[in-house]
Design a binder for this molecule. Structure first.
Ligand code: TRH
Length: 377
C-alpha cells in the first residue's frame, strides 16, 4: 500500500504558502508515487497558480493531487500516514485528535519557512512533544547539507538547460506570453512588492548603455511602476518605452510558465520564498525582495543568504551585489549599485550557474521529506 500524505496550507497572504505546498504536493505524487491530499483554506489563491482548478469545488484532482477545500466546519477524515502543516498553520483540533487516536502511528511535520541562518541546521528535524502525547517534527528547508534542502523537481535543471540552449524554443515560449523579443536587449523579469527603489532602477535602465526589455507579471509592484511611468493605470498586455527601457505587463501565469520566464531572462527580480528559489534554479543573477517582517528581522535573513551566496565572488562583485540587495530592500536608490553590478556582469552570471549546480548536488526537499519518513518508520 502506498503511503498517504496530508498537506495543510493556510494562505496568510500572497502566493508563497500555496506556491510551495502545491509544488511539493505535485512532486510527491509525480516522483514518489504517493497519495497526497492538499487541504487549502483559500482556493482562490490556488486557482491563481493553477488556473485549471475550480475554486468552487470541495474536492478535485489536479495533476494527481487530491485538492480539498479546508472548511471551517471540519469533516470526519481519516488522518494520513504523514501529516505536514505548512508554515506552522494550526491543524483542526478534530484532526489532531484523530491523529492521536489512529491505530497506525502518524508522522507529524511542521514545514518551516526558508532561512539561510546558522541556527536552522541545529533545529532541523527536532521533535517537539505535544500535550496529547504526539511528537511534531520541525522540518527546515535550507541551502546547506544539514537542512531539509530546497524544492527541485528531478527534471528541472535538464529542462532549464534545454530551453536556455534553444533560442527558437525560447522565442516561441515568449511569444505565447505575447512578448516579442527586442533585438539585442537584456531581458529582465520583475516580481516584487511595492518598492520605493524601483524608480531609481528604471531611470538607470532608461539611460543605460544597453537596451533592456523588462517583463512584469501582474502584481503588487505595478503600483510602483505606475508611479514612475505616470499616465493611465497599467493593464495586462500594456507596453511602454522610456529611452533604452521597454516595459511590458504580463498576465500572472501558472507556475511552470513562470519558471520558464525566469529561464528565458538574463536577470530576475523575485520576492518572498518560492520565486526566490526558482530564480536560483534559473542559474541567472537575481535580485531578492524579501518578505518584510517586524523589527526588520528579514534583513538578518537577507544577510545570512548573502553571506552564503557571495562565497567565491571577487571583492568588487560581492560589494556590488550587497549594495544592490541592501538598497532594494531598504527603499534606497539602486542606480549606483546597479551600474556597479553591470561591471562584474560576466562574473555574476557565471557565479549564478555555479551556485545553482552546487545547490542541486544536495537532496531536494521532497526527497528529503520522504527519506525522513522512511528513517522514522
Ligand atoms: O507571493 P509571495 O510574496 O509569497 C510570500 C512568501 O512566501 C513569504 O515568505 C510568505 O511569508 C508570504 O508569502 C506569506 O512570493 P513567493 O514566495 O515567491 O510566491 C509567489 C508564487 O507565485 C510562487 O509559487 C511563484 C508563483 N507565480 C506564478 O505562479 N505565476 C506568476 O506569474 C508569478 C509572478 C508567480
Amino acid at each position: 500500500m502506498r503511503a498517504t500524505w496530508d498537506i495543510f496550507c493556510s494562505v496568510v497572504d500572497n502566493y508563497g504558502d500555496i506556491g510551495v505546498t502545491w509544488r511539493l504536493a505535485r512532486q510527491l505524487v509525480a516522483e514518489h508515487g504517493l497519495a497526497v491530499r492538499l487541504w487549502v483554506d483559500d482556493l482562490g489563491a490556488f486557482v491563481r497558480v493553477c488556473p485549471q482548478a475550480d475554486a468552487q469545488l470541495l474536492s478535485q484532482v489536479q495533476q494527481g493531487v487530491e485538492v480539498r477545500a479546508w472548511p471551517l466546519d471540519w469533516p470526519t477524515v481519516e488522518p494520513a500516514d504523514v501529516v505536514i502543516e505548512a508554515f506552522a498553520c494550526a491543524l483542526p483540533a478534530a484532526y489532531i485528535a484523530a491523529m492521536a487516536g489512529r491505530e497506525q502511528k502518524v508522522l507529524w511535520l511542521n514545514l518551516e519557512y526558508l532561512s539561510a541562518e546558522d541556527w536552522v541546521e541545529g533545529c532541523h528535524g527536532l521533535p517537539s512533544l505535544q500535550s496529547n502525547g504526539l511528537s511534531k517534527f520541525f522540518f527546515f528547508p535550507g541551502f546547506t547539507a544539514g537542512s531539509g534542502g530546497l524544492l527541485r523537481e528531478r527534471e528541472l535543471l535538464d529542462l532549464r538547460h534545454a530551453l536556455q540552449a534553444d533560442e527558437v524554443a525560447r522565442h516561441r515560449f515568449l511569444r505565447s506570453l505575447g512578448v516579442a523579443p527586442v533585438a539585442g536587449a537584456r531581458l529582465i523579469s520583475l516580481f516584487a512588492y511595492e518598492n520605493e527603489s524601483l524608480a531609481s532602477w528604471l531611470s538607470a535602465l532608461a539611460i543605460g548603455p544597453q537596451v533592456t526589455q523588462l517583463l512584469v507579471p501582474e502584481g503588487r509592484v505595478l503600483s510602483s511602476l505606475q508611479a514612475w511611468l505616470g499616465g493611465a493605470a497599467l493593464q495586462v498586455g500594456d507596453r511602454r518605452q522610456r529611452g533604452q527601457l521597454h516595459i511590458q505587463v504580463l498576465p500572472f501565469m501558472q507556475q511552470d510558465q513562470y519558471d520558464r520566464l525566469l529561464w528565458c531572462c538574463d536577470f530576475n527580480a523575485v520576492r518572498g520564498e518560492d520565486s526566490f528559489i526558482r530564480a536560483q534554479w534559473a542559474g541567472r543573477p537575481l535580485l531578492w525582495h524579501i518578505y518584510q517582517q517586524a523589527d526588520n528581522a528579514h534583513l538578518e535573513k537577507l544577510d545570512a543568504f548573502l553571506a552564503l551566496y557571495k562565497e567565491g565572488l571577487s571583492a568588487e562583485a560581492q560589494s556590488a551585489l550587497t549594495a544592490l540587495w541592501h538598497a532594494w530592500n531598504t527603499g534606497q536608490a539602486v542606480d549606483e549599485s546597479w551600474n556597479l553590478l553591470l561591471q562584474s556582469w560576466p562574473e555574476q552570471s557565471e557565479h549564478a550557474e555555479q551556485w545553482c549546480l552546487q545547490r542541486a548536488s544536495q537532496a531536494d526537499l521532497a526527497a528529503a521529506l520522504v527519506q525522513f519518513y522512511l528513517n522514522w518508520l
